[in-house]
Design a protein around this ligand. Structure first.
Ligand code: MN
Length: 427
């Protein structure tokens, strides 16, 4: 059944600029600090942030079973834990309240003064307390490119890759919101031809164009989540830049996988766009051959058409778009990732985050990392200011954006933008 909140003909009495990522059909969730230094849960329409804590206190959610303080929190974890039925009721009520023609709040200027903020009056925070973070490796094009460069061009994909969504457990303590700068990390690297490592700032600092989904608490310890039900436990998605130090990574990753080359920072966009909002943009995922084992087998359309792009902006600009990719290129779906993650009985909690892995398309302009775009530094990427990049340099800002478009409706994620600062000096 189509959701009323997705109706393309709906419009809001709040202004929505043309090409905004946040029309009334989006209604994402986030956490922000208000002009009065109060932290609250909110949503966004056009360029207005809406304080859901204040709306709830004013009685606008009185017909929905919610605890009094559900939105007066510094994370969405408890709200996400309330489950899909509640997410839908709240989104549908917000949609109704801000729809053109509904006078309830539109006519109440005093209430508007309390609940509405312009974007420059607030500061976006991390939307969830991320207990656990897992990163997958689910783009076939990306895994093939990396396999060709690091191993054997003839056998680029390892034998397990086509049978399971490969992943590793990452570190949640260094996941940061858009706008937080990142210092170039130090570490051990093995210079070409050397047999002992050197220590210093990473020279091959890279972004990874990813998306990440956020789960609700779905299962008891020991109980898998079936692939058929998995999407019911996904709250929504964010843009995800999984910063990577390729030189550290290459030296350290054998035999246990990613470690310090990955855990110094990962940046996310601050608004979580719900799966419900993305529903109109659902589409088929790539055909899987060989057929997956029964616990991973899916029917129907299990991916989403989300346009993604990456800009590099040097210190004095201007920006250059270096990659255009799409979430639809993912070989393994989110439902398959979650089903596989829990098939051994691993418990998933509210606010857990699962990264897709770098999302690369088939053509060189759709690769999702500098490692691939510059083909390990052999093909420098040209920027609009006349300089070139093999990897990311100090004072570069990397910005990722994502949006869907269909039937005149654009639903987007805003952006995740991060400036790289020089390494700290170690004594
Ligand atoms: Mn990654």
């Amino acid at each position: 059944m189509p959701l009323k909140t997705n109706d393309p003909s709906k419009s809001s009495w709040l202004p929505v600029p043309e090409n905004s990522d946040f029309p009334i059909q989006n209604i994402p969730f986030g956490v922000f600090l208000t002009r009065d230094d109060v932290i609250t849960i909110g949503t966004r329409i056009g360029d207005h942030a809406i304080d859901l804590g204040a709306l709830h206190q004013l009685g606008y959610f009185k017909d929905i079973p919610l605890t009094d303080d559900i939105f007066l929190q510094d994370s969405l974890n408890d709200f996400i834990s309330d489950g899909k039925k509640t997410w839908r009721l709240v989104r549908s009520r917000i949609s109704e309240l801000f729809e053109k023609g509904n006078p309830e709040l539109q006519k109440n200027k005093d209430h508007q003064k309390i609940v509405l903020f312009t974007m420059d009056e607030i500061e976006m925070q991390l939307p969830v307390h991320i207990g656990d973070y897992t990163d997958f490796y689910s783009s076939k094009e990306h895994a093939t490119n990396v396999g060709k460069m690091f191993r054997d061009p003839e056998h680029a994909l390892l034998p397990n890759w086509l049978h399971l969504p490969v992943g590793y457990h990452g570190r949640s303590s260094t996941i940061i919101p858009s706008g937080t700068p990142v210092r170039r990390p130090h570490g051990q690297t093995l210079p070409k031809g050397a047999d002992t490592p050197v220590f210093g700032p990473s020279r091959l600092l890279d972004f990874e164009l990813e998306m990440a989904f956020i789960t609700t608490d779905a299962n008891a310890l020991g109980e898998p989540i079936s692939v058929v039900e998995a999407e019911d436990y996904i709250f929504g998605l964010v843009l995800f830049n999984d910063w990577s130090a390729r030189d550290l990574q290459k030296w350290e990753y054998v035999p246990l996988g990613p470690f310090l080359g990955k855990n110094f920072a990962s940046s996310i966009s601050p608004w979580i766009v719900t799966l419900d909002a993305l529903e109109p943009f659902r589409m088929a995922s790539p055909k899987q051959d060989p057929e997956p084992l029964p616990y991973l087998k899916q029917k129907g359309n299990n991916s989403f058409d989300i346009h993604l792009e990456v800009d590099i902006t040097p210190q004095n600009g201007p920006a250059t778009t270096v990659s255009k990719s799409n979430f639809k290129y993912m070989y393994w779906t989110m439902a398959q990732q979650l089903a596989h993650h829990t098939i051994n009985g691993c418990k998933v909690n509210s606010g857990d985050m699962m990264g897709s892995g770098t999302i690369s398309g088939a053509t060189p302009d759709s690769f999702g990392s500098m490692l691939e775009l510059s083909w390990q530094g052999t093909k420098p990427v040209h920027l609009a200011n006349g300089t070139t990049r093999k990897f990311i340099e100090d004072n570069d800002t990397v910005t990722m954006r994502g949006h869907c478009y269909k039937n005149g409706v654009r639903i987007g994620f805003g952006e995740v933008s991060t400036k790289i600062l020089p390494a700290i000096s170690l004594k």
